[in-house]
Write a protein that binds this ligand. Sequence first.
Ligand SMILES: Nc1nc2c(ncn2[C@@H]2O[C@H](COP(=O)(O)OP(=O)(O)OP(=O)(O)O)[C@@H](O)[C@H]2O)c(=O)[nH]1
Ligand SMILES: [Mg+2]
Length: 319
Amino acid sequence: MPNPPVTRKKKAARPKATVKVGRVAILGRPNVGKSTLLNALVGERIAIISSHPQTTRDQIRGIFTDEDSQLVFIDTPGVHRARTKLGARMNQLARDATRECEIVFFMTDLAPGSASEMREVDRVILAQVPANIPVILVLNKSDKLKDKTKIFPILEGYAKAHAFAAIVPMSARKQDTGVGRLIEAAKELLPAGEKIFPDDELSDRPVRFFVSEMVREQILAKTRDEVPHGIAVTVERFDESPRVPHISATIHVDREGHKKIVIGDKGAVIKAVGISARKRIEELVGRQVHLELWVRVTPRWYESDAQLKDMGYGAGDEG
Ligand SMILES: Nc1nc2c(ncn2[C@@H]2O[C@H](COP(=O)(O)OP(=O)(O)OP(=O)(O)O)[C@@H](O)[C@H]2O)c(=O)[nH]1
Ligand SMILES: [Mg+2]
């Protein structure tokens, strides 16, 4: 099975001998735009994004290298009230990330009518960050506020809740100037050191991981309600020997009814998932691939330590 690292297409600038280095964990509630920000920071679509909460289930590291820095951004699952072993595991991964980083980007989202007081759920998540770690507050989705002056009382209100190292209102989706401001703010807080990764490395995750995520992303885009939360994707085979590499993946669903939805009328849904996921995979690996998808009912896989481990989510060890 191939396990090469994923590299970026664009050439990164050659860094100096010592540069600003460090790890930045991106933390926050589900659906606030953490994965959208990770992609904007590294300039490539590596983390999957969807309108469903709890899309990200794992830590995803994206490596940013320029002439004077190498920053490792860690996307994390949205912290939520866990109802399954998978959910508990996801929260644990988010907590772990705050202990393995030098800086936290704490993200919340703005909406018309956003209160100037920090939300209680946000306070609880923020309280998980070790006291010695500087936190930069990211107020995302500023594009939703037509009247930008509405941001000022929110800035003031949030500044009272925590001694943030910086506060950056931005739109991750629009990839506005907030992206560059966050990178500069992180560099200012970091010590000089030696880069760890080669200039062109984009993530520490192997291609297989992204393949399964890209299939899952397309299912999330094409199904609704409880189906997305019950889906897991595993890559069974990744054969690079043919001229066009052959990938075989299994979509695990929670129950028979979900299998019907994922397959769709005359296979329409799974066919569309396959086409879109294949295009995304080809974009990532830079060559044509053949993608074969299977659907299997694996009831309550998200409550089984053994299944979670097999699916690459590790054992859910917290309740
Ligand atoms: N309007 C607007 N929508 C955004 C912005 N950033 C992200 N979104 C949308 O918000 C939704 C969630 O984005 P994600 O990046 O998946 O959010 P997340 O925080 O990673 O979510 P989880 O992985 O579930 O924790 C998607 O529909 C995004 O397109 C933004 O700046 N403005
Ligand atoms: Mg996410």
